[in-house]
Design a protein around this ligand. Structure first.
Ligand code: ADP
Ligand code: MG
Length: 226
């Protein structure tokens, strides 16, 4: 469970990115964080993974108060999260298999574990046949699938996606959203940041809206698609 309690974040420049944010997210939820550019969405995600510290308030994840966590505990803490970005962030000189395997190598997984889980993940995202391809030979939608496989290969509890469909056309965006939905159905908590009204309208579900650093809405919406 994620508890964000009275959180404010001002950057050194005096920029107030978040103001009095209160959000509770239960295990297994699918949550949209909506809001225009500059509304504080990415800042919220960075606070969750302890890349930034709140100026005030607290964040508690699985009962652990982040502010009290020791620095050396942070890498392990971050393994609770898989993260997907708008610009995919794949290693350009490595093929699909290696891009996914890389996430396992950095946590010291055995070659055997890698040989087992990478094909499993690629199957999950529908890219089994492209395991030898380089990112540049894939479509944007396929590249984002690789990034999702990489984010999930260490079996995080929570998947954070920051504008995952921002670089994709309508069709690919819809497919990526359906994949994220399936992943949530398998038990992973999914938090998707987007500024796309269209996507949110389609999917429905819990939508938290930020506006200039303030939470202006937290509601369950109906979607119009299965
Ligand atoms: P969003 O992801 O919704 O576009 P951000 O969280 O990136 O919003 O930014 C929220 C506000 O904080 C913006 O005004 C932005 O300029 C500011 N901001 C973000 N990151 C930094 C930073 N590292 N230093 C200073 N200001 C920042
Ligand atoms: Mg952002």
């Amino acid at each position: 469970m994620i508890e964000i309690l009275d959180v404010c974040k001002a950057y050194g420049t005096g920029n107030r990115a978040l103001r009095d944010i209160n959000i509770t997210i239960e295990d297994g939820e699918f949550v949209f964080i909506m809001g225009r550019s500059g509304s504080g969405k990415t800042t919220l995600l960075r606070l969750l993974i302890k890349e930034e510290e709140p100026s005030s308030g607290e964040i508690i994840v699985n009962g652990i108060e982040l502010q009290r966590m020791r620095r050396r505990q942070v890498p392990r803490y971050r393994r609770n999260f898989g993260i997907v970005f708008q610009d995919f962030r794949l290693l350009k000189d490595r093929n699909v298999f290696e891009n996914v395997a890389f996430a396992q190598r950095v946590v010291g997984a055995s070659s055997r574990a890698i040989r087992e889980s990478v094909p499993e993940m690629l199957k999950l995202v529908g890219l089994s046949s492209k395991y030898k391809s380089l990112p540049q030979h894939l479509s944007g939608g396929e590249q984002q699938r690789v990034a999702i496989a990489r984010a999930l290969v260490n079996q995080p509890e929570i998947l954070l996606a920051d504008e995952p469909t921002g670089n994709l056309d309508h069709q690919n965006a819809a497919e990526i959203m359906n994949l994220l939905w399936d992943i949530n159905q398998m038990g992973t908590t999914v938090i998707v940041v987007t500024h796309s009204e269209e996507i949110v309208e389609q999917m429905g579900g819990r939508v938290i809206t930020l506006d200039r650093g303030q939470m202006i809405e937290d509601e369950i919406r109906d979607g119009y698609q299965e």
